[in-house]
Design a binder for this molecule. Structure first.
Ligand SMILES: Cc1cc2nc3c(=O)[nH]c(=O)nc-3n(C[C@H](O)[C@H](O)[C@H](O)COP(=O)(O)OP(=O)(O)OC[C@H]3O[C@@H](n4cnc5c(N)ncnc54)[C@H](O)[C@@H]3O)c2cc1C
Length: 582
């Protein structure tokens, strides 16, 4: 899959010069002032989406054409997402822009300014240099930043942060911008700090099985680099062609290999971080064992850019398996999927590397939206499971898999199944699961929930929600369930033509309350971002949230790092140190 290189506009080209002149002009935004959030509902032209997919997106999971996304004007509905701009933050001036250019060593390609008189051009059809930094992958969250800074080194980033800190300018750290909770795009006019140009692979140590990378290295690029040396990255996800290592660490991304390698909290050995005031915190060690005091790097893993900006990462890169098998099964009930998981754990043991499930509704959407996909089995089944094994002795692995297949057939746990006969076939089977997110994106609007629940009862939420929504919304609203069954992680998705307040009210807070009652988590792996900042209370008790506020206060007393995200507004406000005391 091709990796897209972020092309930036040059500050001193004609458009950017005009933009810089317009800097001090108060932006005018259709339908509201800057104090209101950026959310609006504009219906999609679904036919056009499908045509474009057919033409350009048939086998690319997330390399979306940003302009096309922006032009769709997709945005969140629901008054609950209207967040006022905090007047304590400064507004970027021409002088700030000059400092940023200075901060990146005078390299004009390192600062992109809006080429539009309004903060973002979404209202007049797109085409602004800032669009791709202001709009998320789903086209759901729209910011109004007027400047994106792309440092090349830690020192440059440090200088930029020192300026933002001194001027009280809010900042959004941004990686590949594939996050699914609106964390990586501005809520208002925050300065975007995009790590895309800090993309060097610093070292790969084959003996220790450790790689050190800059934050902007794209996951797939690291995978290719270590693969060439017989190693692998202990993380894989559908957005691998675009998401960056810094973004993955900052969201503590889970993905498809967590079952095998565990979470990034175990795989990341060290970090370098630029703090809110520009200071550099060096936690970059490659040691497997280090019990000297508190493990501070854990604070930044999963902090979603609210505590510091990750600039370098030391990560375990274990030996790559040499023998991989992929099987896809059709099952007639969710209970059978759970039974299959139990058998897989027992019979496949150490070679089991992934166990993913999806329902028929998810498969139908993939077949409908993604060109080149085919029904994998002769007859449709209500549920499907992808099982992957990874090992190093072919005869041993294959024998284990055959014994497993025999048992699940004899016990009638599965209805039907197929084993990938070669790499191409295995890839095609994986595609059906891996690209459900992409199919959902092209199908229209989607409400996404990423939930941890007790495995055996996980799917009850899907059926309960279907029963809840059907009477009011009919067949126009589809409820889909898929996810990382081996990790107890359900991706609950509600696909519809457009975002509406009525539908959102029917889903929320019901989904969160249901999850709380099951003692689950309202964010298994995507994070909280702006979407679920207030919803943390469904999964964490008040004392824990209060302690998180104390951490925020200690590391970012001015609250300039990714404001409006992760913590509830009241906690964030309490965490701010009054200006008079700074
Ligand atoms: C098709 C698809 C499939 C996906 N599958 C999975 C999956 O299986 N599992 C999963 O967990 N996620 C998944 N995701 C979500 C997303 O890809 C991950 O969350 C990914 O880790 C985000 O990386 P990014 O570089 O795009 O970060 P961004 O989207 O740019 O940012 C995400 C968050 O991290 C912060 N951030 C980014 N870089 C830094 C940095 N250097 N320092 C500090 N903060 C930073 C941002 O401020 C933001 O809050 C998927 C997304 C898509 C589109």
């Amino acid at each position: 899959m091709p990796t897209r290189v972020v092309r930036v506009k040059v500050l001193f080209d004609a458009r950017a010069r005009i933009a810089a002149l317009l800097w001090l002009v108060k932006p005018r935004v259709v339908g509201g002032d800057l104090g209101q959030a950026t959310v609006r509902v504009v219906p999609r032209d679904l036919r056009r989406r499908v045509d474009e997919l057919d033409a350009t997106h048939d086998d690319e999971e997330c390399g979306c054409d940003w302009r096309h996304t922006c032009a769709s004007h997709q945005s969140m509905g629901g008054a609950s997402h209207v967040i006022a701009r905090d007047g304590r933050y400064g507004e970027v001036t021409e002088d700030d822009v000059k400092h940023f250019v200075c901060g990146v060593g005078g390299d004009a390609a390192g600062v992109v300014v809006s080429t539009s008189a309004t903060a973002t051009n979404l209202q007049d059809g797109g085409g602004d240099a800032l669009d791709k930094y202001n709009v998320d992958w789903m086209g759901k969250y729209h910011g109004r930043s007027r400047v994106a800074v792309l440092p090349k080194t830690t020192e440059e980033l440090s200088a930029i942060m020192a300026r933002c800190h001194a001027r009280n300018l809010a900042v959004v750290p941004q990686g590949g911008n594939t996050g699914l909770v609106g964390g990586g795009v501005p809520a208002h006019d925050e300065v975007v700090v995009n790590l895309g140009r800090m993309n060097a692979i610093v070292s790969i140590d084959e003996d220790a099985g450790v790689s050190v990378v800059e934050a902007g290295v794209v996951l797939e690029e690291l995978e290719s680099a270590v693969r060439a040396r017989g190693m692998t990255v202990p993380l894989d996800l559908g957005a691998k062609g675009k998401c960056q290592m810094g973004g993955c660490v900052s969201t503590n991304a889970g993905g498809l290999r967590l079952l095998r390698y565990g979470s990034l909290r175990g795989s990341v050995l060290g970090l370098e971080v630029v703090l809110a005031n520009g200071e550099v915190l060096d936690l970059l060690r490659t040691l497997r064992k280090d019990n000297t005091g508190y493990d501070l790097k854990q604070l930044f893993i999963g902090a979603e850019g609210t505590l510091g900006i990750v600039t370098k990462i030391a990560i375990l890169t274990p030996r790559a398996p040499t023998n991989v098998n992929v099987a896809l099964f059709g099952l007639d009930s969710f209970a059978s999927c759970v039974e299959l998981l139990k058998l897989a754990r027992g019979r496949l043991g150490e070679i089991l590397s992934a166990f993913e499930f999806f329902d028929r509704e998810s498969l139908d959407l993939v077949l409908e939206q993604l060109k080149g996909t085919r029904d994998p089995l002769a007859k449709p089944c209500p549920f499907y499971v992808v099982v992957e094994t990874s090992g190093s002795v072919k005869s041993h692995d294959n024998a284990k898999l055959q014994a497993f297949l025999k048992i699940v057939k004899n016990k009638r746990v599965i209805v039907d199944g197929v084993v990938g006969k070669d790499e191409k076939h295995a890839f095609a089977l994986w595609t059906l699961r891996e690209r459900i997110s992409v199919a959902l994106k092209y199908a229209g609007a989607v409400y996404k929930y990423d939930i941890s629940l007790p495995t055996a009862r996980m799917y009850n939420l899907v059926t309960t929600l279907r029963a809840r929504l059907a009477p009011q919304f009919g067949s126009g609203v589809k409820v889909l369930g898929y996810g990382h069954l081996g990790d107890g992680n359900l991706h609950l998705n509600i696909s519809c033509a457009e975002y509406t307040d009525a539908l959102e009210r029917a889903i929320e807070p019901f989904v969160y309350e249901y999850t709380r009652d099951e003692r689950g988590s309202v964010s298994a792996e995507h994070g909280l971002g702006i979407m679920k900042a207030e919803e943390i209370i469904y999964s964490k008790d008040a004392k824990a949230v209060e302690l998180m506020g104390a951490m925020k206060r200690a590391l970012d007393p001015r609250g300039i790092l990714n404001p409006y995200k992760v913590l509830p507004a009241a906690t964030r406000a309490a965490a701010l140190v009054p200006m008079s005391k700074l």
